[in-house]
Design a protein around this ligand. Structure first.
Ligand SMILES: [Zn+2]
Length: 288
């Protein structure tokens, strides 16, 4: 990328946002301070982005966010992480380009999590809630047996303590490395959610970018309210697969939050900054 590069050749030193030239002509390393927005393709300060809840200050593109950060954003200080310590046993002893065991170890090391899910209990404004948030950076937020079991525990906890449940979905779908065991999680979580519904405890699902595959096809669409962040990719199969199957061009904005809201698949599209106040009002309404 040419950042300071000029056509006349005067400024050839600029090699992009990783370095800049200060007043005395010295090259200053600025690696990691800048980021290119995926929405407007402008270069933005990382600090500006973080101060704005990882939403582009110029075009409002919602960047991905870690599970723990999302929970901290919604809950009051003093919340507690629960249901930790579950790890996949790699039941199929699976290997593709590298072994599943190695993938798991690398993801655990990189994220500091056991799997692609974090449960927490705490206060959301005046409401005492159970939250389960998916971690996209852990093998694409894919759902294996551990993710399934952890979400099911959050659902059971919500039912037994009669606290509203909030699930934050961010997933590429079922975890192929666990084969059919990963697909069984769809039935498992859906069953516990049916029990939660019978107990009349509210469940809100927040769909973030991306929510696809078996996650969309099960718990992400089963909330009393299904709400999404702006511009999130939400779908079952990817657009290319659908185009090839039905041999038709898909409409503009297909599988994005706003399109799905218009078609009646979602109840609301809420910007990240307004999510907490929206949830507080929604829970007020659902708890009456
Ligand atoms: Zn932008």
């Amino acid at each position: 990328m040419s950042w300071f590069k000029r056509e006349n050749g005067k400024y050839e030193s600029g090699s992009g946002p990783e370095s800049a030239t200060d007043a005395s002509g010295k090259t200053v390393l600025t690696e990691g301070l800048w980021i290119k927005c995926l929405g407007c393709r402008q270069i933005i300060w990382k600090a500006d982005l973080e101060a704005n809840l990882n939403v582009c200050p110029k075009c409002q593109h919602h960047f991905k966010m870690g599970a723990r950060e999302r929970i901290a954003l919604l809950l009051e200080p003093g919340f507690e992480f629960v249901d930790t310590g579950l790890r996949s046993t790699d039941p199929l002893n699976f290997t593709d380009t590298k072994s599943y065991k190695k993938r798991l170890a690398a993801a655990q090391h990189a994220t500091g999590l056991d799997d692609a899910i974090v449960n927490a209990i705490g206060q959301l404004g005046p409401h005492s809630v159970v939250i389960s948030a998916m971690e996209y950076s852990f093998i694409g937020g894919s759902m294996g047996a551990v993710v399934g079991e952890t979400i099911a525990r959050a659902v059971d906890r919500a039912r037994l303590t009669r606290k509203p449940l909030i699930v934050i979905a961010a997933s590429g779908g079922a975890r192929m490395m666990e084969g059919v065991a990963s697909l069984m999680q769809m039935a498992k979580i859906s069953t516990t959610l049916a029990q939660l519904d019978d107990a009349k405890v509210p469940y809100i699902c927040i769909l973030t970018d991306p929510t696809t595959g078996g996650v969309t096809a099960s718990f992400a669409m089963l909330g009393d309210l299904n709400i999404a962040e702006p511009g999130a990719l939400i779908g079952f199969a990817g657009p290319r697969v659908i185009e090839q199957t039905i041999r038709q061009k898909l409409p503009e904005g297909f599988q994005r939050s706003e399109f799905l809201l218009e078609k009646g698949f979602l109840d609301a599209v809420i910007p990240r900054r307004e999510m907490k106040s929206y949830l507080i009002r929604a829970l007020q309404f659902l708890s009456v």
